[in-house]
Write a protein that binds this ligand. Structure first.
Ligand code: PSV
Ligand code: MN
Length: 401
């Protein structure tokens, strides 16, 4: 043990190796495509324009990091023909060596969802939205993917314009019906968000609402924490601790932010926050720890897509490794004796350890590129796809109004 209370020396390397061996993080298909802000997109020559290109990029990220073997899919964007696209996905999985990950239904883009989807006042529209959820469950089952990950844009912009009470019941009904369709190996994740695109109320605004809906839906439903979906100053790691305690934590969408749901590279603004979240997970004996789905939910408007994704996976590994270096036994004693300064130093001492040499050693031991970002540059991958896709991307210019 070192002076700051964190684990050091040979046992530190062992801890980092064990942590990284067990750490996988899913990349989002949409993170490779030309996405932007509501004001417009700056089109990138190398952005993926097809599902195959998204898989190619995800395969490259996994080749470089060895830590991202699955790709999250958004049904509307990636499977426009629903279940009919499953054979194509299976072909891409084989070709690029990455599997389909969570299935994200899309209940926020169709015109009929202007006033909501499964919480819409119209029974017909609620029915259509439920049918899409059930299709998503079917797609997940056909692909052998574990999680159907649900986020709703449902909400309202002005007080008095919707019945929040009635909408709770509609949500409960649709989520219970979706849960009933899940196969034995499937789960349902419920994501919450207090704002955007609705700005007065959102129907699943916080973890309490998501948890209540998960509980009423059934035992295979869990809460998904998107780090960008909280009000400023919120103690996210405390929410994580509660969800672990209640065996209700299903997974994460990682990203960082300064103001709202900014979708910046994870750990870029506040790496200490992600360290604190990982520490709570590593300290927990909750059965839900084993099932936590770590996922990235970012779309980069300015940074290169593949570069940003490699950087995100690497950063997540580094912060996870740092959290693994907290001497938890010693910390527990210091907490018990209320030795505040020593406890804090033991905790943040681990955060300040430069784990990069140990992470590099792990990569070498696992026959992975020692420096993923440098290897990406040296491989010429981004240049090659930029040449290949440049003309297609040049055509897709969009404007806000
Ligand atoms: C909504 O802000 C969200 O976090 C949901 O997870 C969506 O599926 C994703 O972003 C898509 O951009
Ligand atoms: Mn999300």
């Amino acid at each position: 043990m070192s002076k700051d209370g964190s684990v050091s020396g040979a046992s530190a390397t062992e801890r980092v190796f064990a942590a990284l061996d067990g750490f996988r993080i899913e990349v989002p298909s949409w993170g490779f495509a030309n996405t932007g802000t509501r004001f417009g997109k700056f089109s990138q020559a190398a952005a993926a324009t097809t599902l195959e290109e998204k898989f190619a990029d995800a395969g490259e990220v996994n080749r470089l990091t060895g830590a991202s073997p699955t790709v999250a899919l958004h049904v509307l964007w990636d499977l426009p023909n629903g279940k009919g696209d499953v054979p194509e996905l299976q072909r891409l999985e084989k070709k690029y060596g990455v599997k389909s990950g969570s299935i994200n239904p899309n209940l926020f883009q169709a015109q009929e969802y202007k006033y909501g989807s499964i919480a819409h006042p119209s029974a017909e529209i609620r029915g259509n939205a439920l049918a899409h959820l059930l299709d998503s469950v079917e797609i997940g089952r056909a692909l052998g993917s574990k999680d159907v990950s649900i986020w709703l844009a449902d909400g309202s912009n002005y007080p008095g314009t919707q019945s929040m009470g009635k909408r709770i019941k509609w949500l409960e009904d649709a989520l219970a019906a979706t849960h009933a369709a899940l196969g034995d190996e499937q789960r349902m994740l419920i994501e919450y968000k207090p704002f955007e695109p609705a700005f007065y109320h959102t129907d699943i605004a916080d973890w309490g609402m998501a948890l209540s809906l998960a509980r009423s839906a059934g035992p295979k439903a869990r809460v998904l924490v998107d780090t960008g979906h909280h009000l400023q100053g919120c103690n996210i790691e405390q929410i994580v601790t509660w969800l672990l305690h209640l065996n209700a934590l299903g997974g994460f969408h990682f990203n960082d932010r300064k103001y709202a749901d900014d979708d910046l590279t994870l750990g870029s603004i506040d790496p200490y926050q992600l360290f604190r979240i990982f520490h709570e997970i590593l300290s927990s004996d909750s059965p839900s720890v084993a099932g936590i789905a770590y996922m990235i939910d970012q779309s980069h408007n300015l940074k290169g897509k593949v570069e940003a994704m490699v950087q995100s996976v690497v950063t997540a590994q580094e912060l996870f490794a740092k959290a693994a270096l907290v001497d938890r036994e010693r910390l527990a004693k210091l907490q018990q004796s209320c030795s505040l300064v020593e406890a804090e130093e033991a905790f943040r001492g681990a955060f300040w350890i430069d784990v990069r040499p140990m992470v590099k050693e792990w990569r070498e031991a696992r026959k992975l590129p020692a420096e993923p970002l440098a290897e990406l540059k040296a491989s010429g991958y981004v240049e090659a796809i930029g040449k290949e896709r440049g003309a297609k991307n040049a055509k897709s210019v969009s404007s806000y109004a």
